[in-house]
Design a protein around this ligand. Structure first.
Ligand code: SF4
Length: 179
């Protein structure tokens, strides 16, 4: 199954508004520790200041992208509120962190497909994508296995090997823009 990297907040239980920490900065007006509910999160899993996030100093919320991990983890915990459940909440937060990481890696590998890759690089990219898709679609009980896999490292090594292809891509892009 191909992983959706587009966030769909309408199918998510506002995981980012609870799970993530943010520090008071240009992007957020106050500190929020990880695992605590943002004071602007309404009872129905919707942000109560959604239409004025930028004006109120929450550009961090505007630009944050879970890459589809939020709705996927929400679907893993059907049928009940978890925000105030001491047992469920840590599980949801942990699953969200792991799924975000997997989706980020998929996103990087998808982007690499734009580069002028050699045949071996194309094959390697396909293999990594398949392995990541497998991880992204595991049931909850086995999602932890991702921590023990070497996939993150393999993706990093693969991306580092694409430096020449990235340079070639950028040069072509610059030539097209200047011509
Ligand atoms: S301001 Fe709104 S979108 Fe941002 S964390 Fe709080 S509830 Fe979520």
């Amino acid at each position: 199954m191909e992983t959706t990297l587009r966030a769909d907040c309408s199918r998510c239980a506002a995981l980012c508004c609870v799970a993530l920490a943010f520090d008071r900065s240009k992007a957020f007006p106050f500190d929020k520790p990880a695992g605590t509910r943002c004071r602007h999160l309404g009872d129905g899993y919707a942000c109560t200041i959604h239409s004025e996030l930028s004006e109120r100093g929450f550009s961090g919320c505007v630009y944050f992208d879970c890459l589809g991990a939020g709705q996927k983890v929400t679907a893993m915990f059907p049928g009940g509120p978890w925000r105030d459940d001491r047992t469920l909440k840590p599980m949801v937060i942990e699953a969200f962190a792991r799924m975000r990481r997997i989706h980020e890696l998929i996103s990087l590998i998808v982007e690499a497909g734009r580069l002028p890759l050699t045949v071996p690089q194309v094959k390697q990219r396909r293999a990594l994508l398949d392995a990541l898709e497998y991880e992204a679609n595991r049931p909850l009980e086995t999602l932890r296995a991702f921590d023990r896999s070497t996939l993150s490292l393999q993706v990093k090594t693969y991306l580092e090997s694409l430096r020449d292809a990235a340079r070639e891509y950028a040069d072509g892009h610059n030539r097209a823009n200047s011509g």
